[in-house]
Design a protein around this ligand. Structure first.
Ligand SMILES: Nc1ncnc2c1ncn2[C@@H]1O[C@H](COP(=O)(O)OP(=O)(O)OP(=O)(O)O)[C@@H](O)[C@H]1O
Ligand SMILES: [Mg+2]
Length: 214
């Protein structure tokens, strides 16, 4: 299993964000997670990446129990195995498009211009490599975030509403890029979405509620 979540619970004070969350994601599988605003989808995704802490239960990523790892070890595991498309992009404003996409490779000491260019082409950003993020549209920014999340060929891609705020046509294009790239490299994809059209493309759709996933 690429990802195993077992009986996970997260509380703020006495209030459960979620509890009894158990799920598995196999290699190459595409799982969509849906649920009402505020139910904890982004929080769960952050826990899956070891970016947030939980109260009970566990997360195992590519066979490693995140609960036993410190922040530095989690960061190393993530750097190699995980791509993350955040709900708010987190594209670095002072780096141009090419530099943003190349960043995960630089952190791994794997400089590879050809791969970065191929990634930009794959998400339809040919010719925009020298632009700064502020010179891009919302849909283009989302594609930069997707290219950056996939450039180092992670085994698991976690994407948090990557088509939020896009018109249906652009959203479909961004989804095409995301699905094609994960399928091509056999990566697993966990996609949080409010979009029925996006969820429809998944192998499996899970609904997150305060009582667990169903
Ligand atoms: N530091 C905090 N203290 C208390 N509650 C918090 C804190 N951070 C987040 N929450 C609450 O945790 C819940 C889960 O938030 P989260 O962002 O995971 O929801 P979500 O399902 O991703 O929502 P959306 O669909 O709107 O993105 C929310 O109800 C939020 O108000
Ligand atoms: Mg969210």
């Amino acid at each position: 299993m690429t990802l195993t979540v077992t009986n996970l619970a997260k509380y703020y004070g006495d209030v459960a964000v979620f509890k009894n969350v158990s799920l598995q994601v196999a290699a190459g599988e595409f799982v969509a997670i849906v649920g009402e605003s505020g139910v904890g989808k982004s929080t769960l995704l952050n826990c899956m990446a070891g970016l947030d802490n939980w109260d009970t239960g566990g997360v195992s990523l590519v066979g490693q129990d995140l609960g036993t790892l410190g922040d530095d070890q989690r960061a190393l595991l993530r750097r190699v195995n995980v791509g993350f498309v955040f709900q708010a992009f987190h594209v670095l404003p002072h780096l141009d498009v090419t530099q943003n996409v190349a960043l995960p490779l630089l952190l791994l000491g794997q400089h590879d211009d050809a791969r970065v260019q191929a990634m930009l082409t794959a998400v339809g950003l040919d010719g925009l490599g020298a632009r700064l993020p502020q010179q891009l549209s919302g849909g283009q920014l989302q594609r930069v975030a997707i290219a950056r999340a996939l450039v180092h060929r992670p085994r698991l891609l976690l994407a948090d509403e990557p088509t939020g705020n896009l018109d249906p046509t652009t959203a479909a294009k961004v989804m095409d890029a995301l699905v094609a790239q994960t399928r091509e490299h056999g990566a697993s994809l966990v996609l949080v979405t409010h979009s029925g059209a996006a969820a429809e493309r998944a192998d499996r759709v899970l609904r997150l509620t305060v009582e667990g996933v169903f």
